[in-house]
Write a protein that binds this ligand. Structure first.
Ligand SMILES: *Cc1c(COP(=O)(O)O)cnc(C)c1O
Length: 452
């Protein structure tokens, strides 16, 4: 444990040089970053020995808990053999085994894998492959993309272009390539003013209109299956995804599933898209792929796409894209170990029992005065705060109610990092029943006491 003055010194040194992500650095004067020392299981410990429940899985990446002996061993074992090598003209066991394992657990029709090193790059790869597929097959007019107006696919310019416009990316809008945006199936705030119990997925009508009018210009539709994570933890019905799959097939447009946030058990199934039987052309993976230990991205696709690039060199059909840390051996070992833990610890079977307990606890939030909506799937649970339950009027951004709750959370050992007026849990899959009840109990008390 370090003394207060020593910790302050570390933080001063941080703030002297470091610019943190998604952070107004001026806010750090009042709310400096927490100086962490170690982590174990679902708890993070700061230098004073105080713990925080990692309720959001360290940005939706941690799966089996921190400091897992098997993942550590896999990484250190690899470290003594080969830490990194270029992935053009060379290969290694770690990448081959990881590829085989990922191909085995994803839908059967996905037979090819392209590695990169984060979620945004996994998305860029899918967009570029789709785009070039049409070029390689003589349909170069098909070069536009469709996406949901509250989707999030990363922070690089291509990924931002296919994301919804929001507070964070609006300033960069002049840089974006033009896309078609369709209304998000946000059932609590239905864009068509319907009720889910009786609706006929009227929200897919604008999508069908664009597809039928512009199919010859459209390369692909990109979508986060079932949960729009950064866009406000919006959970939508599988029937919507099914319809998207049918429509994109009907109009000969690729479907890109961005499972970067939803993959690896978050929704109760290995992949969210398993809630419905669909055959997408691309699947993007990252975040939980290594259980949050090291960066890795992967874009999976079909034989059909792959074959459109497979040709004599002179035909200029090569996919010229790559990243320095493509299929890093250490990252691949972490991924491999994480996937083995899914089997050894029967992770998905274990959480199956836990999920109903979690959902029952989530329901309790519904009676709180500032709670407009409660939604959940798997180990993701969401509380949407509103000023007025009847009109669903949101709190003003300036009121920063999420920040208030975040600060109260820290006092009670929770990381309730908000998305605007959305408070959510994105629990590590290794969590135990007692911890779920403790975390939700603490959060309940905080939201109950919060007033503006
Ligand atoms: C986080 C996220 C990304 C971007 O991943 P990074 O590794 O942060 O670049 C892309 N898509 C979805 C759905 C995400 O949640």
């Amino acid at each position: 444990m370090e003394k207060n003055s020593k910790i302050k010194n570390w933080i001063d040194r941080d703030l002297k040089y470091i610019w943190h992500p998604f952070t107004q650095m001026k806010d750090c004067l009042a709310l400096p970053p927490i100086f962490l020392e170690r982590a174990k299981g679902i708890k993070l410990y700061d230098a004073k020995g105080r713990f925080y429940y990692d309720t959001i899985s360290s940005w939706w990446s941690n799966v089996h808990g921190h400091n897992h002996p098997k993942i550590k061993k896999a990484i250190t074992g690899q470290l003594s053999r080969l830490e990194h090598v270029l992935f053009a003209g060379f290969t290694h066991k770690s990448a081959i085994l990881t590829a085989e394992k990922l191909i085995a657990i994803t839908p059967k029709h996905l037979t090819k894998i392209f590695f990169s090193d984060n979620g945004s790059t996994a998305v860029e790869v899918a967009l570029k492959m789709s785009f070039q597929y049409w070029k390689n097959t003589g349909k170069s007019a098909k070069h536009k993309f469709i996406s949901l107006d509250a989707g999030y696919h990363g922070d690089t310019v291509g990924a931002m272009s296919v994301s919804g416009l929001n507070l964070f990316n609006r300033v960069f809008a002049p840089l974006f390539f033009k896309t078609f945006k369709v209304p998000t199936p946000y059932c609590y705030r239905c864009p068509m003013k319907k009720q889910r119990a009786t609706c006929k997925l009227e929200c897919t009508k604008p999508l069908e209109d664009i597809l039928s009018n512009k199919k010859d210009e459209i390369s692909a539709m990109i979508i986060e299956p079932l949960v729009l994570a950064a866009g406000g933890m919006i959970i939508y019905p599988p029937e919507y995804l099914k319809r998207v799959d049918e429509l994109t097939k009907k109009y000969n447009v690729h479907l890109i599933l961005d499972e970067v946030a939803t993959g690896f058990g978050r929704t109760g199934k290995m992949f969210a898209s398993e809630y419905t039987n669909i055959k997408a052309d691309f699947m993007c993976l990252s975040k939980g792929i290594t259980s949050g230990y090291l960066p890795l991205g992967a874009t999976l696709t079909t034989d059909k796409i792959y074959k459109a690039f497979y040709a004599d060199y002179a035909q200029k059909k090569t996919f010229y894209h790559g990243h320095t840390y493509t299929a890093n051996p250490l990252s691949c070992q972490a991924a491999l170990a994480s996937l083995e833990i899914f089997e050894e610890e029967q992770t998905l079977k274990k959480i199956k029992k836990l999920i109903p307990v979690f959902h029952k606890e989530m329901e309790k939030f519904r009676n709180l005065k500032i709670v407009g909506d409660v939604r959940y799937i798997g180990l993701i649970g969401v509380v949407e705060l509103v000023k007025d339950r009847k009109s669903k009027a949101p709190f003003d951004e300036k009121e920063r109610i999420g920040l208030k709750i975040y600060q109260e959370g820290l006092k009670r050992n929770l990381i309730l990092r908000p998305l605007g007026n959305i408070i959510y849990f994105y629990l590590p899959l290794c969590i135990k029943k007692g911890e779920v009840i403790d975390i939700l109990g603490r959060a309940y008390k905080i939201i109950q006491k919060t007033t503006i």
